[in-house]
Design a protein around this ligand. Structure first.
Ligand SMILES: Cc1cc2nc3c(=O)[nH]c(=O)nc-3n(C[C@H](O)[C@H](O)[C@H](O)COP(=O)(O)OP(=O)(O)OC[C@H]3O[C@@H](n4cnc5c(N)ncnc54)[C@H](O)[C@@H]3O)c2cc1C
Length: 492
């Protein structure tokens, strides 16, 4: 393939697409473009050059092929709920929106598979499968709106990923439009395909390896019994100790979530979820599986929570009470707006055993800097979501919040964790990548990216801190690539 080195314009792409896609789905009107200027991280805004509302994989392939012909960047976008600016548009590029690709092609209980378009909403897969006794296990809190393509690109997690694994554990094969516009299939429906795990490489690649158009996903059997428990503690230390003791006893709950006092206050203000009064922390534990096993585990969890100091322990007795318990947890991010005008949703992960130390240090940092931090996290897998609160109207508050946010990330790395638990790197955290990886590590990752996208047009500026065009080989290959001296080559 010839690598396009001259950057063309979206106008040229538009001309190519005029005969392929109706004008009503090629958006160029500034008012319409403005709708797409950010994803769930509204702090960054870029108006795209062109938005393509594709109807099917062929239209996506035609769009990407036109981008490749003219060397124009493109960004895939599902529902735009990402929290790290992964779907932030490129000003001189094309935003390829998948949300019209909403067909659930097959639900096959006999082999626990579903074949879906990537614009399909996460929860719709479960809704289609549950009458047959199955569901789609990865359940981000945004599951009512986020797309399967976004889940794949972010390797999204959720409350139930402790027991059932992240999206990567539930994707068998993908139909993908590569950055040169070719349509390919990665993986097979059989679980163990020979050769490199290209599905594994694509999952979590944040739109830098192409656009997924269809996915074959694994379905999980609905459990015979589900018990949702709410336990109130005076401190997060106690709730953390209960979490560790539950896991150490050999129980793997479907979910264990912790919320601290600030997060509880916010959730109560927003949705009146009725969490225990005066709690410094609550634990939401969900047990699922065969009824007898759940009964046995429930007794053990109750004993452990009481031993670790829980002053209120209750179980949902029906679906409505279960929803009530989850409502507080699931609304926590948005609810924080009730107690602070501005906040940064941070996302890091540490080994579960490091949680108490990391939380204590986070508390110290928060006090030292005078910046409040609310905590909501998937305790079971050490996935933290500190919400750093500030008031942008206050002199220097934004900078202080950003500093605290960065210190939390450093803390995660220091304790053997990572700069992102499940929200991706995107545009937001690219700057943190060198805190975690050596140049050689980053270069090695870029080599994989270059194999898919030699022209560097797929979601440029995301994940990697150093702006490199893939024609410019990473350091692993010594010597400057000729393209670096090529006039007119923009490195983005
Ligand atoms: C209130 C709230 C709660 C959230 N809770 C969670 C949570 O519990 N767990 C969690 O993991 N995340 C969570 N998120 C983050 C977000 O919802 C997930 O990352 C989700 O998977 C993004 O899906 P999307 O369709 O909105 O993707 P978008 O935001 O549109 O895109 C996200 C990334 O995927 C790429 N992309 C999108 N579609 C495709 C495609 N078809 N092919 C290739 N690349 C593509 C984009 O380029 C971008 O890099 C939450 C977000 C919000 C707002």
């Amino acid at each position: 393939m010839t690598i396009q080195t001259e950057r063309g314009t979206v106008g040229e792409v538009l001309l190519d697409l005029r005969d392929v896609i109706p004008p009503s789905r090629l958006l160029t009107d500034p008012a319409q473009l403005a709708t797409y200027e950010c994803d769930g991280l509204a702090a960054y805004r870029v108006t795209p050059g062109l938005v393509v509302l594709a109807d099917d994989a062929d239209e996506i392939a035609a769009t990407v092929a036109a981008c490749a012909r003219h060397g124009v960047p493109f960004v895939a976008r599902g529902s735009g709920t990402g929290l790290s600016g992964g779907a932030l548009p490129h000003a001189e590029g094309v935003l390829v929106v998948t949300s019209r690709l909403r067909t659930i092609h097959e639900v096959r209980p006999e082999d626990q598979r579903a074949v879906v378009d990537t614009g399909v909403i996460n929860l719709q897969v479960t809704k289609a499968a549950s009458p047959l006794g199955y569901y789609f296990a990865p359940d981000p809190s945004s599951q009512q709106i986020c797309s399967i393509g976004g889940n794949v690109a972010e390797n999204s997690g959720g409350a139930h990923c402790l027991k059932y694994g992240f999206t990567s554990n539930h994707v068998l094969s993908l139909e993908v439009v590569t950055p040169d516009g070719e349509q390919v299939t990665l993986g097979t429906e059989a679980p163990d395909a020979p050769g490199y795990d290209l599905v594994g490489a694509f999952v979590g690649s944040e739109g830098t390896l192409g656009v997924a158009t269809r996915a074959t996903v694994r379905l999980t059997r609905l459990p015979e019994e589900v018990r949702t428990i709410l336990a109130g503690f005076e401190t997060t230390d106690q709730a953390g100790a209960a979490t560790s003791a539950i896991i150490a006893s050999g129980i793997v709950p479907a979910a264990i979530e912790i919320m601290d006092a600030l997060a509880i206050e916010a959730a109560e203000k927003a949705v009146s979820c009725g969490y225990p009064e005066g709690a410094g922390a609550v634990l939401v534990v969900e047990l699922d599986g065969p009824a007898q096993e759940v009964e046995h585990e429930y007794a053990a969890v109750e004993r452990i929570c009481l031993e670790e100091g829980s002053f209120e322990f209750r179980m949902a007795t029906d679906a409505a009470e279960r929803a009530e318990i989850w409502k507080g947890r699931k609304s926590a991010f948005a609810a924080v707006g009730r107690i602070s005008p501005d906040y940064i949703v941070q996302d890091g992960v540490v080994p579960r055993t490091a949680l108490p130390t990391v939380l204590r240090r986070m508390g110290e940092i928060s006090r030292e800097r005078g910046v409040r931090v609310a905590n909501v996290f998937h305790a079971g897998d050490g996935n933290l979501h500190p919400l750093v609160l500030f008031d942008a109207a206050e002199e220097g508050a934004t900078e202080r919040a950003e500093e605290v946010s960065g210190m939390i990330i450093d803390l995660c790395i220091e304790h053997g964790g990572s700069i992102t638990g499940e929200h991706g790197v995107g545009a937001d955290k690219a700057k943190y990548m060198p805190r975690m990886f050596e140049d050689d590590d980053l270069d090695t990752m870029q080599l994989l990216r270059c194999a898919f996208d030699p022209a560097g047009i797929a979601n440029p500026g995301k994940i990697y801190p150093t702006p490199r065009l893939c024609g410019e080989r990473p350091r692993v290959v010594r010597g400057a690539h000729p393209l670096t001296d090529h006039e007119g080559v923009d490195l983005f």
